[in-house]
Write a protein that binds this ligand. Structure first.
Ligand code: HEC
Ligand code: HEC
Length: 209
């Protein structure tokens, strides 16, 4: 009996959490933004199957920055960007007012921290992170004045892909991408994939819940 309860408990907890999350205080997307949830999931909690990252609570200014980048083709149109190419046309159809509304909606969404899917050496990762902290902050919460985002929001697998993209130039090599270029310079400090896994594992320890 105890075993059965132990097995059922997480499911009940999840059900409770989801019902708590669907209460009235959580935002419902305007009709023209419902399609964001098709890929990014309910409350933009992320969908690893199609590589759409968790966006819940992401900073308004950063969402605007990225939607404008995708819309202008500064991001997502590199010939080797097999994932960003799915997002690029989604932003391209948005008007300026809709980009602003989308950013407000994204910022208001809530979901629990994503599952850990990457394993790395958090101690080595912490050492690597000391250079990242200059822009992303010691707690990983980002810095609007420097254009650097909160790294504790998206999924760990997404951070890995983006670091690899910056390293290879799939992201951040467009001449109009001044913020991406800064990040591209910084990522060169991570020597290989192992260093990327280590730093991302460390970033996961900075999540709040
Ligand atoms: C067809 C699926 C799809 C739809 C619909 C979609 N997205 Fe995305 N989105 C993605 C994928 C995939 C990525 C990851 C791109 C990458 O890896 O570079 C992404 C990335 C993003 C990012 C970048 C996040 C970051 O941390 O840099 C933002 C912001 C975003 N989407 C917002 C939205 C919004 C707002 C909408 C609705 C207007 C939307 N998306 C609709 C698939 C989608
Ligand atoms: C000089 C400042 C600076 C430093 C140092 C820096 N970053 Fe960044 N980082 C940025 C900026 C600016 C962006 C936003 C780029 C854009 O707008 O596309 C960014 C974006 C990112 C992203 C993409 C997040 C997302 O949601 O798409 C990741 C991941 C990241 N940085 C990780 C790191 C790591 C890990 C380090 C340390 C090795 C680091 N950064 C060092 C400025 C910096």
């Amino acid at each position: 009996m105890r075993n059965v309860i132990r097995k059922i408990l997480p499911a009940v907890a999840l059900l409770w959490a989801t019902s708590a999350m669907s209460q009235d205080d959580l935002p419902i997307p305007a009709d023209e933004l419902v399609y964001c949830t098709v890929c990014h999931g309910i409350q933009l909690m992320g969908n690893p199957i199609i590589r759409a990252p968790r966006l819940s609570g992401m900073e308004t200014w950063y969402v605007e920055q990225q939607l404008r980048n995708f819309s202008a083709g500064v991001r997502g149109l590199h010939e080797d960007d097999t994932i960003g190419v799915d997002m690029q046309p989604m932003a391209a159809v948005l008007t300026d007012a809709q980009i602003k509304a989308a950013a407000v909606f994204v910022n208001a969404t809530r979901s629990t921290s994503p599952k850990i899917t990457i394993s790395g050496d958090t101690l080595k990762g912490k050492a690597h992170y000391s250079t990242c902290a200059a822009c992303h902050g010691v707690a990983g919460k980002g810095n609007e004045a420097l254009g650097s985002p909160d790294l504790t929001i998206p999924d760990d697998w997404y951070l890995v892909t983006q670091l690899q993209n910056f390293r290879s130039g799939v992201r951040g090599s467009h001449p109009a991408d001044s913020y991406g270029m800064q990040m591209r310079a910084s990522v060169q400090l991570l020597a290989d994939d192992e260093a990327i896994m280590d730093v991302v594992s460390y970033i996961s320890t900075l999540r709040n819940d």
